[in-house]
Ligand binder design. Structure first.
Ligand code: ADP
Ligand code: MG
Length: 266
């Protein structure tokens, strides 16, 4: 069966700096995958390039249900079924969640009747019904906001959902809530990619596959045993096992050295 998302040999550079080095990733329909990686490893760049943010030199392929998306415009990718969790201003006074979702659904060609049906059903499923009449993001806790974001994605019925920094800044109760919402999101018509640099969310959910990204490469993929290794020994454990050099241990001059060195021979 065609997978929800197949990324092949994805190479990404900005200016002369290569950020992703021939990345491969396959997410079958019905599965939840996690990309874990230290800060600066290229996780957000992967999301940006998939959703079509400009400013990157990109080569390789990304097939969404078999369709190449790398040459599509941002809105065409969204209509093809790729959705990144919503990033709207933190405070949007006056617009209620219900109205916002009706508009977002109608913009994507969903009829008002169908939008209202989906909003009611998904709000119930993600336990956000009581937020529907409230202003967007108004007074929601960190966990409630993320749950609301996942609800919003579900209403739009994407084929591939990307959730970057899924648990950043959340306390442990909120992490549990978000993990529950992602598990709830599972559907045979959807592939989910969650992205985080903390392993703690994996205590509360079970992705079908975990990929470790270091320095723009997926260096290892596995199941629960990889989550356990990350929980116990962090990325250093994976680096040690694979014989990868930690960037900090590579000799790089400190910024101050540039000032103490004589820069020019005039
Ligand atoms: P992560 O999300 O894993 O923390 P990012 O994808 O944000 O990592 O960044 C990966 C690397 O690429 C970092 O070294 C970052 O500084 C660099 N980078 C990202 N975007 C740009 C950009 N627009 N210009 C230059 N370097 C960038
Ligand atoms: Mg990031």
């Amino acid at each position: 069966m065609t997978a929800a998302l197949v990324v092949k040999n994805l190479t990404v550079s900005v200016d002369d700096k290569q950020i992703l080095h021939g990345l491969d990733l396959e997410i079958p329909f019905g599965e939840v995958h996690a990309i874990m990686g230290p800060n600066g490893s290229g996780k957000s760049t992967l999301c940006h390039v998939l959703t079509g943010k400009d400013g990157y030199e990109v080569s390789g392929s990304a097939l969404l249900e078999g369709q190449e998306i790398l040459d599509l415009e941002v809105d065409e990718r969204a209509r093809a079924g790729l959705l990144q969790s919503f990033q709207y201003p933190t405070e949007v006074p006056g617009i209620r969640l219900n109205e916002f979702m009706m508009e977002a659904a109608e913009e994507r060609g969903v009829s008002a009747t169908e939008a209202a049906r989906r909003i009611a059903a998904e709000a119930d499923r993600f336990d956000v019904t009581r937020f529907l009449d409230r202003s967007l993001n108004d007074e929601l806790s960190g966990g409630e906001k993320k749950r609301s974001e996942i609800f919003q994605m579900a209403v739009l019925e994407p084929k591939v959902a990307l959730l970057d920094e899924i648990d950043s800044g959340l306390d442990i109760d909120a992490v549990k809530q978000v993990a529950g919402a992602v598990e709830e999101m599972r559907s045979p018509d959807l592939g989910v990619l969650i992205i985080t640099h903390y392993s703690r969310i994996l205590r509360y959910m079970t992705p079908d596959r975990i990929h470790v990204m270091i320095d723009g490469r997926i260096v290892d993929s596995g199941g629960a045993e990889l989550a356990e290794e990350l929980e116990k020994g962090g990325y250093d454990s994976v680096r040690d096992r694979l014989g990868l050099i930690k960037p900090e241990s590579v000799s790089v001059p400190k910024p101050a050295d540039f000032f103490t060195d004589t820069p020019f021979d005039i």
